[in-house]
Every structure is written in structure tokens, then in C-alpha cells.
Design a protein around this ligand. Sequence first.
Ligand code: G3P
Length: 203
Amino acid sequence: MNPWLISIPLAYLLGSIPFGYLLVRFFRKQDIRETGSGNIGATNVARSGAKGLGLLTLALDLLKALIAVKIATHLVPANFDVAVGAAIAAIVGHMFPVWLGFHGGKGVASGLGVFLALAWKPSLVMFGIFLVIVFATRYVSLASMIAASTYPILAWLFHHQETAFTAFGYVIIPVLIIVKHHSNIRRLLAGTESRFGSKEVSA
Ligand code: G3P
């Protein structure tokens, strides 16, 4: 069987598991989509008052995406493009999960997961950039978008295994992350974006 036909749907399905939504539903009997920014991601779960669940969401969203890529790598070790295809599929699954009417997260934790699985060195540098911006501004959304945007350059600097499709994957994932932050971009421009740790929240 063609490995693409196993790896890509499997990666989408893994990516589509909405851990933030499920954890808050299970442990707090709430719908995270009706709280704070309405996002199902770790930041909003933590913002809802469940810091532990926020951390768990971060870990699980990261791991599901990392595992999706690792499975593809295991199935087809000689073809890095399949791993990149699985990375894109996992991110699409997280952002557009069939289980939530295709309204999913913004792909930050999952993006780190797929990038770590594809090339860990540039991913750690990217994560360092993310942390510096979060500590400097307390805007998780801004840090996420800027850090994700650096990945194609960092990957090119560190990782020398590029095909045209790999380069496409390294660009399209940050683009999807930025597009998914459209409401955050509007709030950042209007000066109403909530800072991490702040009680004030804009949806
Ligand atoms: O976790 C995604 C982050 O970049 C923004 O989340 O809830 O502030 O829209 P949020």
C-alpha cells in the first residue's frame, strides 16, 4: 500500500484529537470554546483558570503532532517528504478537526511538535525565540506568530535535507498558524489583546 495513504489520514486523525476541548469538558464540565478567546489551545485552557490542564493540553497537543510525524518517518524512513506531508496533515487536523465542525486550534503546540519531529535543532531555537518574546511582551499570540515565522529560515540554516516539498511544508505551516491568529492580529492592532496572566480577556 502507498505509504502516503496511511501516513496522511493517520496524521490528520491524530492531529484532530481536540485535547484542550476534551480535558476541559471532562474535568471542568465546561466548553472551552465559550471561555476567554474561545480557542481550544493550551493558552486559553490555562487562561480559563485551569493552569494544570493548560500544561497538559500543551503536552498532549505537542505529542500527538510529534507522534504523527514519527509514525510517517517510521513507515517510510527513506522519504522525508512523507514526514513533511504528515506534519502538514497533523496541523490541518488540529486546526480543522472533523469532530468540532472543522473549528479547531491555532496550531502553536502542535506546530512545535511537528517541527521537533522534523528537525529538532531549529525547533529549539524557535522555541527560545518564542520564550523571549513571551517574557518580553506577555503576548503568547505575538510570540507564536513571530517564532513560527522564523522556522523556515532556521530550518534552512540547520537542516540540509530540503526538497521543494519540504521547503513548502516549512513555509505553509507558519502561514497556517498566522492565518489562524487573524482575531489575535486584529486585537493586537487595536491594543485589546490579552496578555498572559492578565484577568482581562477579549474574545
Ligand atoms: O495558543 C495559541 C495562542 O497563540 C493564542 O491563544 O487563546 O490567546 O487566542 P489565544
